[in-house]
Design a binder for this molecule. Structure first.
Ligand SMILES: NC(=O)c1ccc[n+]([C@@H]2O[C@H](COP(=O)([O-])OP(=O)(O)OC[C@H]3O[C@@H](n4cnc5c(N)ncnc54)[C@H](OP(=O)(O)O)[C@@H]3O)[C@@H](O)[C@H]2O)c1
Length: 329
């Protein structure tokens, strides 16, 4: 497979190269792509060095698959050009996610929606992916009615500039600000831009994307997204009301049995998911599983995953793997 990685020098792109190598994805030719600023730069991959090219050059190289993580504007302009050149695009930005003509895919949940005709495929938002991974088996069994999600999101979700801001602040160095406020020793209830309804775009992604992935818009969702000074992954406090009652032991079993989900939940040993330990792992970790005693059929849980792995690069590569395994490219 001739694989283009668009945004190869960025946070997600760097992990994408690592995940492609780790999972032994059948790459016969790698095309790392970034902005003109990075053209000519060398990037290592599986013991070789590859030269970063521009989008203009990359589109002519007719890759089989292009994995995009270079921002929404780049995707809007360039994904159709790659698709027209016969390349299947898996896109990490929010550009195509809610487009009714494009599939929004978490392979463990709805990989079966993909066909050969899908030339631009959307990867969901990082906080959505870990959320639906834990909800999918429970929704199937008990039917969600209402979901309240509050996020505690890593600075790595904003990109290299935000990680640099946090590092500078911890060292007392003045530098460029990726956020309006200091992030070190802070919690900023503002992820992505504000919308007319008073929610942020990140919060509305959490409201809309799960319904598309789970192919069900019968449940209600409300969200608050908060940026915190951590770098290892996103955490989510989730309160979910089901139509049907559940058994807590069965909930744990259903979660553990779901591919890619690991239950970490033992109060005697102080075992629960944390971003420092989810960092660099592909799994979604779930803990603090307990009944909400204030409402019938309602569950609380705490979900953590590395936003650059399952939240971005790993899920994108898994979509590519699904395409190859099912001969869709
Ligand atoms: N971070 C996350 O957790 C996460 C999760 C899911 C999805 N995403 C999405 O993935 C995308 C990238 O995020 P990131 O965190 O990796 O950002 P980042 O660290 O800032 O990296 C951005 C990448 O895009 C490239 N780029 C920027 N403008 C470009 C242009 N005009 N033409 C070609 N390449 C361009 C950059 O190249 P240069 O190095 O040359 O500037 C760099 O490789 C965004 O759409 C983001 O929403 C991020």
């Amino acid at each position: 497979m001739k694989i283009a990685v668009v945004g190869a020098t960025g946070m997600v792109g760097t992990v994408m190269l690592k995940v492609l190598a780790e999972r032994n994805f059948p790459v016969t030719e790698l095309i790392p792509v970034a902005s003109e600023r990075s053209a000519g730069k060398k990037l290592p991959f599986k013991g070789n060095e590859y030269t970063v090219v521009t989008l203009e050059d990359a589109v002519k190289m007719n890759a089989d698959i292009a994995l995009f993580s270079a921002g929404g504007d780049t995707s809007v302009e360039w994904a159709p050009k790659f698709a027209d050149a016969g390349t299947t695009v898996v896109d990490n930005s929010s550009a195509w996610r809610m487009d009714p003509t494009k599939k929004l895919v978490v392979p463990e949940i709805n990989g079966d929606v993909l066909t050969k005709e899908d030339k631009i495929i959307a990867n969901p938002n990082c906080s959505t992916i870990q959320l639906v991974m834990a909800l999918a088996p429970l929704h199937e069994k008990y039917q969600m009615k209402r979901l309240i999600v509050s996020t505690y999101q890593s600075v790595s979700g904003t990109g290299v500039a935000a990680v640099r801001q946090m590092e500078n602040e911890t060292k007392g160095i003045e530098g460029e600000m990726a956020y309006h406020y200091p992030i070190n020793r802070n919690a900023i209830p503002h992820c992505d831009v504000f919308m007319e309804n008073g929610y942020t775009k990140e919060e509305m992604k959490l409201v809309k994307e799960p319904k598309k992935i789970l192919r069900d818009d019968s449940f209600a969702v409300t969200a608050t997204a908060v940026r915190i000074p951590t770098a290892g992954g996103h955490s989510e406090s989730v309160n979910v009301e089901f139509v049907n009652d559940f058994d807590e032991a069965e909930v744990r079993q259903l979660l553990n049995d779901f591919p890619g989900v690991v239950v970490q939940d033992n109060l005697e040993t102080n075992t629960y998911p944390m971003p420092a330990f989810a960092h660099d792992k592909d799994e979604v970790f779930v803990g603090r599983i307990r009944r909400d005693e204030s409402l019938p059929n309602t569950l609380n849980m705490w979900i953590v995953a590395d936003n650059l792995r399952k939240g971005a690069a790993t899920n994108t590569v898994q979509i590519a793997e699904y395409l190859v395994a099912n001969e869709l490219v």
